[in-house]
Design a protein around this ligand. Structure first.
Ligand SMILES: [Zn+2]
Ligand SMILES: [Zn+2]
Length: 333
């Protein structure tokens, strides 16, 4: 039996690179040789025992690679195709799926969360979750998932032509949001970011105005305020900056705790409070925007590491060291 190297989280705070049997694609499945696999905040939550999912697990849900082998009945993709994977696997047969809300599937499974993921030399995925990326670089393909989530969130705001938008936080997700709201027709996009390097990255990505602190941000100024930090004290202040009738999108993944808003302000300003959970059929959109260069992700990659260096990558992100943005693991690199 052929084997492969994989990064396994055996239980919270415990991980190791193991050699295990290489998976075989069953009917309707593809075996993918993983070429680039991005470390996401969710992987860190899994490592720290703060997320849904089972242990042991091979993390990694933002990845791209080459189709190595296909199972019986696979017809849309073929061996040698360069592909990205939509990690959320919906059952297509529950009340949510049947209502086009696959992100809330009652039988939800996810590659890299409940199923073996892309922090391995090979991974198996059902054909319906595999998308041809053509001649996009593998690292770009690894952004299809986070970009899909961003597109879903931006669509939820029903952003109108020439709306003024502010994005709080310019990490990799903030920078994707910034570009996506421009594609969607925002008049101007302001960004609030404390970190110098991240603020520069926001400027390079097309931010119209940069603020280093929430205290400098104009009040009652934006039709859409998007939090990309998930930090409670930041989220709490979003209503201050929203224009009357405006919308707040809480996009950053928050901790499991309460956030307080002034209820009277929400009422008086007629605000709409939105959240966004994963994505719904946004992979093709994401791939097209990357192919047409409407959204750039290449400049978001700051580190390229081997499978054995996963924990180092996690620490870089947690401690915001070395001007870290997206860390790519190259399992076959
Ligand atoms: Zn992710
Ligand atoms: Zn379902």
């Amino acid at each position: 039996m052929p084997t492969m190297k994989a990064l396994q989280i055996t239980k919270p705070h415990e991980l190791s690179v193991v050699t295990i049997e290489r998976p075989q694609p069953g009917p309707g499945e593809a075996l993918i040789k993983v070429m680039a696999s991005g470390i996401c905040g969710t992987d860190i939550h899994i490592l720290e025992g703060e997320y849904i999912g089972d242990y042991p697990v091979i993390p990694g849900h933002e990845f791209a690679g080459v189709v190595e082998q296909v199972g019986e009945g696979v017809s849309r993709i073929k061996i040698g195709d360069h592909v990205a994977v939509e990690p959320n696997i919906a059952c297509d047969n529950c009340s949510y799926c049947l209502n086009n809300q696959q992100n809330f599937c009652e039988n939800w499974q996810a590659t890299g969360v409940t199923l073996p993921g892309g922090m391995a030399e090979f991974v198996v995925a059902p054909e319906k979750a595999v998308f041809d990326i053509g001649d996009l670089a593998f690292e770009e393909g690894a952004f299809v998932e986070p970009l899909s989530c961003v597109l879903h969130g931006v669509q939820k705001t029903n952003l109108r032509l020439a709306d003024k938008v502010v994005i709080l936080g310019a990490g990799p997700i903030g920078l994707l949001l910034l570009q996506a709201v421009k594609v969607q027709g925002a008049q101007s996009v302001s960004v609030v970011e404390l970190d110098q390097a991240r603020a520069q990255a926001a400027e390079a990505a097309g931010a119209d105005m940069l603020y280093r602190s929430l205290d400098d941000l104009p009040k009652d100024a934006f039709e859409v305020v998007i939090d990309a930090t998930g930090v409670i004290p930041v989220m709490k202040r979003t209503p201050e900056f929203t224009r009357k009738g405006g919308k707040i999108l809480l996009f950053g993944v928050p901790p499991k705790t309460n956030v307080e808003f002034d209820a009277f302000t929400l009422f008086l300003k007629g605000l709409t409070l939105l959240t966004s959970y994963t994505s719904v059929r946004n992979s093709l959109q994401a791939i097209d925007l990357l192919k047409n260069k409407r959204i750039d992700v290449k400049s978001l990659v700051s580190h390229r590491l081997r499978l054995e260096e996963f924990e180092h990558g996690v620490n870089l992100i947690k401690n915001k060291q070395e001007n870290v943005k997206k860390v790519m693991i190259l399992p076959n690199g």
